[in-house]
Design a protein around this ligand. Sequence first.
Ligand code: PAF
Length: 281
Amino acid sequence: MQICRTIAELRALRSAPGHGAREERMVLVPTMGNLHEGHLALMRQARERAVCVVATIFVNRLQFRPGEDFDAYPRTFAADCAQLEAAGVDLLFAPVEAEMYPRPQTYHIEPPAEQAGILEGEFRPGHFRGVATVVMKLFQIAQPDLALFGKKDFQQLMVIRNMTREFALPIEILAGETVRAADGLALSSRNGYLSAMERAEAPRLFRVLTKVVEAVREGDTGFDRLEREAVAELNGHGWQTDYVALRKKLDLQFPSAHDSGLVVLAAARLGSTRLIDNLEV
Ligand code: PAF
């Protein structure tokens, strides 16, 4: 695996045969590092779809709000490299901040409020502007044919799909399934912040979402009530829940009783750790 630290290096390698040169297919898998099995499943999926797999590791300041965990975000570069190498990644683009943002970024991608101001965007204003801006920049730098994102960040995936479509980017967006621990907890770099007691409690989020999904599959259309009950169960066990929301998969808008293709999404804090998860109905 070759490691590129600069845009110029990546562009030079990008056009070299065997590294996604134009006639070959190249897939980009953007990450913020601190890789776990969920990321590695994405890398393996990418490997099956393209000749050249390019991973990125960049903790993007733009998508964190003041007071969030930008500084604390785990940076485990050496271990990440070993895992990417073992997963068969060809190129790793891992720029320092001054390479991506040599001066403050003044041009941004502003996703529409009805997609990016709801759910995560309501509780993390500006988050998707930061995500869309860095992803657009990574797309311009790497010029992939395909790009792969995990469904664990379901709203992020929707925003990136819509951005790619509206800007007519010649990139196919692929989705990777959420990888879970044996007890159901969705793998996340932020799970590492949990104490042993919190880690034991954390799978409740998955169980609560599963209960909602089962109820809807059995024909329960009392969506508001199901959401309220889910929030009450979490809060009753020490969580501070931001939302549990049943939405339409396609656009994350409110469903009516006869809609199919739903997803239930949740964000809740356990101690100081904010976890998100979702399940498709
Ligand atoms: O999902 C992530 O890890 C990040 O939001 C992404 C897509 C790499 C952009 O920084």
